[in-house]
Design a protein around this ligand. Structure first.
Ligand code: ATP
Length: 295
């Protein structure tokens, strides 16, 4: 087979937790959450092609930060799908990951890479697995993989696997800012002072920039205080977003990536350029979220 001829690209968007409430803890130690999440056009890219032998390479700004061995979620996803498919159903595959998202940064890059691989390989291998079956395999890889498979505006509950899609949710202008240090999700959860917080308030009936901003004012990221204490640079990222005109700024996931909400894509681009000019070593990206109607 000619190399690259049948290669196809699968998007692995960033997952942004617009709000993230920690509402309890299961006896097995997993935290219960309620989160409104969206997914962005900016993200990693996964190129998949049939090949003579299995192969995996990584390029992109954050390539040096990800493992190349079986601990990479890309390979975990490939191998889990192969096991689920059964013998004789899966051919060798070359996977090229373009790692554009900062690692261990609260935007679910590894989970989204895994979801892209599951989606891509299920199609390439022509496997008879429906969305629920893929989500089950995804959940075995990580609590955020099912939501990354959905990749539309949604509310996640349970440990992140109980998903309700949010209809009529337009694309949002966002700026993502990461001040450059990884944050361990486990460390942040361990540092929480309480875990029995209020659930999310009901969503507005129709969601636009203004109604969303008003709703966000009523919500929290319950991981933010612990993350701010461990990494004060997160506070600086938030104030740069505010200074650049963000309508609402907050940390995503367990940090350190923060998002700012902007009314239009152009304003977001201008704000990103301003922050990049002041903090050239930080990760700064202007992007749009996927609407509930996006393909
Ligand atoms: P979450 O918001 O789901 O906690 P995150 O953005 O904080 O995710 P990831 O970037 O997904 O974190 O990385 C978490 C860990 O997974 C890292 O320590 C990293 O070494 C490991 N990892 C394995 N495969 C990948 C991958 N393809 N991309 C990123 N990290 C990976």
């Amino acid at each position: 087979m000619e190399d690259g001829k049948l290669a196809r690209i699968w998007a692995a968007p960033a997952k942004i937790n617009l709000a993230l409430h920690v509402t309890g803890r299961r006896p097995d130690g997993y935290h219960l959450i309620e989160s409104l999440a969206v997914f962005t056009r900016f993200g990693d890219r996964v190129e998949i092609a049939p090949a003579e032998n299995d192969d995996f390479t990584v390029s992109g700004r954050y390539a040096p930060a990800v493992p190349l061995d079986e601990s990479n979620l890309v390979l975990k996803a490939r191998d889990a799908l192969r096991r689920a498919a059964g013998p004789g159903k899966t051919s060798p595959i070359s996977i090229k990951l373009e790692k554009n998202l900062p690692v261990a940064s609260g935007v679910g890059g590894g989970s989204s890479d895994a979801a892209a691989v599951l989606r891509g390989l299920a199609e390439i291998w022509d496997l008879d697995l429906d969305g629920a079956a893929l989500a089950r395999i995804g959940l075995s890889l990580g609590a955020d993989v099912p939501m990354c498979l959905a990749a539309k505006p949604l509310v996640a509950r349970g440990i992140g696997e109980e998903l309700s899609m949010v209809p009529d949710f337009s694309a949002l202008g966002l700026v993502l800012v990461n001040p450059g240090m990884p944050v361990s999700t486990a460390d942040i959860f361990a540092a929480l002072s309480r875990r029995d917080n209020e659930p999310l308030p009901p969503l507005p009936r129709s969601i636009d920039f203004h109604s969303l901003r008003n709703w966000l004012e009523l919500t929290r990221n319950d991981l933010e205080p612990a993350a701010l204490a461990l990494q004060p640079a997160i506070g600086r990222a938030l104030s740069w977003l505010d200074k650049a005109g963000s309508g609402f700024s907050r940390m995503s996931g367990s940090g350190a990536t923060c998002f700012g909400l902007f009314e239009t894509g152009n304003v977001a681009k201008r704000a990103a350029a301003e922050i990049r000019g002041r903090q050239p070593d930080w990760f700064v990206a202007a992007t749009r979220s996927m609407s509930s109607e996006a393909e």
